[in-house]
Design a protein around this ligand. Sequence first.
Ligand SMILES: Nc1ncnc2c1ncn2[C@@H]1O[C@H](COP(=O)(O)OP(=O)(O)O)[C@@H](O)[C@H]1O
Ligand SMILES: CC(=O)N[C@@H](CCC(=O)OP(=O)(O)O)C(=O)O
Length: 259
Amino acid sequence: MDRDIKVVKIGGNIVDNPDALARFLRDFTALEGRKILVHGGGKEATRLGARLEIPSVMIDGRRVTSRDTLDVVTMVYAGLVNKRIVSQLQAIGCNAVGLSGADGDSIRSTRRSPQPVDYGYVGDINTDGVNVSLIGSLLDAGLTPVFCAITHDGNGSLLNCNADSVASAVAIGMSAVAPVDLIYCFEQPGVMRDICCPESLIAHITAESYSALRSNGTVGQGMIPKLDNSFRAIDAGVRSVIIKHASNLNNDTGTVLSK
Ligand SMILES: Nc1ncnc2c1ncn2[C@@H]1O[C@H](COP(=O)(O)OP(=O)(O)O)[C@@H](O)[C@H]1O
Ligand SMILES: CC(=O)N[C@@H](CCC(=O)OP(=O)(O)O)C(=O)O
């Protein structure tokens, strides 16, 4: 059997669009070999928070996660969104199993220091926090793990992580046992010089060109953590990283990252 593993992260704007999500899940199901899906769902959490009168506060692309907000994001990511995705995958022949990081002790993290910014119940995934043998056993059993952004600290607390960081950490962890390709899918063609112009797609970014794109403001907002996570994965031995439109999952179009 092909030992390679594909770790695919699907962004929040696709998760939030039923037609785009259905198309993406069909393409994901068609991917051959062992695969893992990681999803976000920030928009749905923000909407439910508003309905419950729990306002969402984001700082540098991360959600300040109070006790109440932790309840909201757990309900939305580990519940509604995860189970919706798993049931849709089941309906099209992909035997998915939905997990938070607490399930099977699959992903452990540590609550962030309250300095310089107190993010509340937000975690950073531990260096050895990905349970490679559990995930390997699921893959060997023919299952497709589907992870949300909720992890745990091993002491009974759930912690909210950035979904891009979960994807990168899972890819890094699994690269200890197999070649891993990390694929970030979202609603844009990739990293662009001009976000309003799809033709301005940047085909290839190195660590050196990234620092120029960052300092001249070409990349901003959510793209900075995505690129930081991409380079972290490459440095830690992940075989390939690409950032692409969700509808291009099964072709080569996108932005390829390399050292
Ligand atoms: N140069 C760029 N190219 C593409 N997207 C960019 C760029 N700079 C900033 N972005 C923003 O980054 C966002 C992606 O980050 P994010 O919303 O965190 O992704 P995801 O949907 O995967 O969670 C895009 O929606 C876009 O608004
Ligand atoms: C700590 C933190 O910010 N966690 C994210 C997790 C979800 C996520 O990353 O979703 P997208 O991929 O849709 O952005 C949040 O609560 O928004």
